[in-house]
Design a protein around this ligand. Sequence first.
Ligand SMILES: [Zn+2]
Length: 214
Amino acid sequence: MRNRDKAKEKEYNKRYYQEHREQAHCYYEANREQSRKQSHHYRETHPEQVREYQKHYQREHREQLLKQRCLWYQANREKIREYNKHYHQEHRIQARCYRKANRERERENLRRWRKANPEQHREHCRRRHAKLVSVIHNLTVKEWQHIKEIYDHRCAYCGEKKKKLTQDHVVPISKGGSHTISNVVPACQSCNSRKGTGEAPAFQRILILALEGN
Ligand SMILES: [Zn+2]
């Protein structure tokens, strides 16, 4: 019985609010300070209801909220980046503690990601390596695929068709070669290790120039 009364009251309040929306808004504006205090007080004393309402609102306005967030992000991209950078610096120690405490879980996550994205992971390692020796490094996964296709998935040195091809730097990174599309050829494991840090033979250059023109 009581529940039904409550539901009725709720329904009534809702309808009343919808019909008197304008007035409510005007009242709120006219009594801004007080209204704000009241609504703050309500939120403080009714956390459950507020949460419930927010959940409901988010469910009902999902599309709209997503769009808003997207727009907001685009408009504030620079600010967000700046904030994140700042935040990261400020919380470096906490982050380290957190990582330490969650090391095992993070490791597991990383393992899972590597397994699911082997090519991206390899590319990441190569870039990191290239970065370490500070050379230009902008070869993308897509470009590497493209290079392999151009070479018909064959080793650039022995011409053998291989499933697993390594990236060979024509001018070795250690000699200032870049990790870019114009300096990378596919090589089988044995040719790559045989070449070591020596430079590629001249005919490779011609193939590479052709690739650059593509
Ligand atoms: Zn080979």
